[in-house]
Design a protein around this ligand. Structure first.
Ligand SMILES: Cc1cc2nc3c(=O)[nH]c(=O)nc-3n(C[C@H](O)[C@H](O)[C@H](O)COP(=O)(O)O)c2cc1C
Ligand SMILES: C=C(O[C@@H]1CC(C(=O)O)=C[C@@H](OP(=O)(O)O)[C@H]1O)C(=O)O
Length: 429
C-alpha cells in the first residue's frame, strides 16, 4: 500500500496520535481545514453528549512546512481536552493507592461487559480484570485520528478533481427510496446542514422522529451510509490479484470502522435480487471521446478497478451497544448474572460515522491513485495522471473492412487525431 497510517491513543488518554506515510510533497495543508473536518465528525442528531463539551485540539508534529506537505510522514496529535479529569483513572504510572482509585468512580474497574462492545472478549483475550483497558481503545474516539489523517487524502484527491462525500440512506427501518438521487460533488455542505446528514428533508424528519423514539425508549439505532465519490479516473485498483482489487480494499477499510457490519459495492446485495439485464451499466460512446455508462449500478467499480464513473459504496452500522436500558450480562468479578454497564452514549452515531467512512475511503482511493501515478510531488502526480488519461479512451482493437470512420493504421486500428497515448490534455491545472 502506497499510503499507510497508524493510530494510537486511548479514548480518555492524554491524546490520540496518527502517522500518515506516503503522501507526496506539496499537498496544501491548513489547520483550519483539518479542524473543520474533525468538527464534521461531531455532527448529527442522536450524538453522544460527549460531542458537546469535548474538543479536538490538534497539533502537527511532522511532515508539513509552510503550509505544504514535505513528503515525509505526517504526524498528527489530537489532544484530549478532558484529560485533567482522567489523569488518575488513565495515569501512565502505577497508581500509588490502587484501592483508593477503585473508589473514585472513573478509576473503578468495569466488570459488567456490554454485549456488542469489545468489553468481554477483550478482557478474556488480554487477561484483564477491568473492561476499561479494552473499551478505551475499542472506542470510536479513535476515528478522530482517521478523520484527521483522511483530510490529507481528501486534499490530495481534490487537487486532481476527486470529491468524496457521504450521506445517510437509512436509520433503522426509515430509509430513502431505492432510486434516491445521488448527491452531486458540491452537495456536501447541504448534507452537513441536515441533522441526519440525509438529502431528503422528509425522510430526515422521519429519521429524527425515529431517533427521538429510541431515546425515549432508552434504546439505540443503526443505519446505512453511502459514500459517493465524483471525478475518479478509470483504472485505480486492479483485477490481477485479490488484495489489489479496490472492492477488497474499500470493504476492509469500511469494515474496520467501529460497529460497521456490512458493505455493498454499488447496488450490492440488491444486485443479487435482479437479472443481469438490469444489473449492469451499459456502455456508450460519450461526446468528448470518453466512454460513458447509462446507469450507476456497479458503483463505479468493475474487476476491482474504478471505471471512471461515480463510485458508490454503502456501509451498514449496527445499533450501539451502550444502552441506557442495559442488556443482561455477567459480572466478571462474581461470575453471576448482572446488568451491563450503563453510561452516556450516542443514541445513533450513523450521521457522524459517515464522515469516518469518507475518511477511510479517501485514504484507500488516494493510495490507489498514487500506485497508479507514482510521483514524489503533487505536480508529478498530476502530470502522470494526465499522461495516463490522455490515452485512456483511445481506439483499441482492429475495425472491420470497409469501416467508414476515422483513418485506420496498417494493423486495421482506428487512429483519429488527438488520441495518441502520449498527448497531454490541454486542461493541465
Ligand atoms: C462514530 C461512532 C460512534 C460510536 N459511539 C458509540 C457509543 O456512543 N456507544 C457505543 O456503545 N458504541 C459506540 N460506537 C460503536 C463501538 O465503538 C463499537 O461497537 C465497539 O468498538 C465494538 O466494535 P464492533 O461493534 O465493531 O464489534 C460508535 C461507533 C462509531 C463509528
Ligand atoms: C468520544 C467519541 O465517541 C465515543 C465513542 C464510544 C464508543 O464506545 O465507541 C462511546 C462514547 O464515549 P463515552 O462512552 O466516553 O461517552 C462516544 O462518545 C468520539 O467519537 O470522539
Amino acid at each position: 500500500m502506497t499510503l499507510r497510517y497508524l493510530t494510537a491513543g486511548e479514548s480518555h488518554g492524554p491524546a490520540l496520535v496518527g502517522i500518515l506515510d506516503g503522501l507526496p510533497a506539496g499537498v496544501p495543508t491548513d489547520l483550519d481545514g483539518i479542524r473543520h473536518e474533525l468538527a464534521r465528525r461531531r455532527l448529527g442528531y442522536g450524538r453522544s453528549p460527549r460531542m458537546n463539551f469535548e474538543l479536538d485540539r490538534i497539533e502537527i508534529l511532522g511532515g508539513v512546512r509552510h503550509g505544504l506537505t514535505l513528503g515525509s510522514p505526517v504526524a498528527l496529535v489530537i489532544h484530549n481536552t478532558e484529560w485533567e479529569k482522567w489523569t488518575e483513572a488513565m495515569g501512565i504510572e502505577a497508581p500509588e493507592d490502587p484501592d483508593a482509585l477503585q473508589a473514585t468512580g472513573r478509576g473503578a474497574a468495569l466488570t459488567r461487559p456490554r454485549p456488542g462492545h469489545a468489553d468481554l472478549v477483550g478482557m478474556q483475550k488480554y487477561d484483564f480484570d477491568d473492561a476499561r483497558n479494552v473499551l478505551e481503545r475499542a472506542s470510536a474516539r479513535e476515528t478522530a485520528t482517521r478523520v484527521g489523517l483522511g483530510w490529507f487524502a481528501k486534499r490530495l484527491l481534490r487537487h486532481v478533481g476527486v470529491e468524496v462525500l457521504s450521506h445517510v440512506t437509512r436509520i433503522a427501518e426509515v430509509a430513502v427510496g431505492e432510486e434516491h438521487p445521488l448527491p452531486g460533488p458540491n452537495d456536501l455542505d447541504r448534507i452537513d446542514e441536515d441533522p441526519m446528514r440525509c438529502l431528503d428533508p422528509d425522510v430526515s424528519q422521519s429519521m429524527q422522529d425515529r431517533v427521538d423514539r429510541a431515546k425515549s425508549e432508552r434504546d439505540t439505532l443503526g443505519g446505512v451510509v453511502e459514500v459517493v465519490v465524483h471525478g475518479l479516473p478509470p483504472g485505480l485498483g486492479s483485477h490481477v490479484h485479490w488484495d489489489r482489487k479496490l472492492d477488497t480494499r474499500l470493504a476492509a477499510a469500511l469494515m474496520s470502522i467501529q460497529a460497521f457490519k456490512g458493505v455493498g459495492v454499488g447496488d450490492g446485495f440488491g444486485s443479487a435480487a435482479v437479472p443481469g439485464s438490469v444489473a449492469h451499466d451499459e456502455i456508450l460512446p460519450g461526446e468528448d471521446g470518453r466512454f460513458v455508462r447509462k446507469t450507476h449500478r456497479a458503483g463505479g467499480l468493475e474487476g476491482g478497478m474504478t471505471t471512471g464513473e461515480v463510485l458508490r459504496v454503502t456501509a451498514a452500522m449496527k445499533p450501539l451497544s451502550s444502552l441506557m436500558r442495559p442488556l443482561s450480562t455477567v459480572d466478571t468479578a462474581t461470575r453471576g448474572p448482572a446488568e451491563a454497564i450503563t453510561q452516556r452514549s450516542d443514541v445513533c452515531a450513523v450521521p457522524r460515522a459517515g464522515v469516518v467512512a469518507e475518511a477511510v475511503v479517501a485514504m484507500e482511493l488516494a493510495s490507489a491513485l498514487l500506485e497508479k501515478t507514482g510521483g514524489d510531488s503533487l505536480g508529478e502526480v498530476t502530470r502522470n495522471l494526465q499522461g495516463y488519461l490522455a490515452g485512456v479512451d483511445r481506439p483499441r482493437g482492429p475495425v472491420a473492412e470497409g469501416y467508414q470512420g476515422d483513418p485506420v493504421d496498417e494493423r486495421g486500428y482506428r487512429t483519429p487525431e488527438g488520441t495518441d497515448a502520449g498527448t497531454l490534455r490541454d486542461d493541465t491545472p
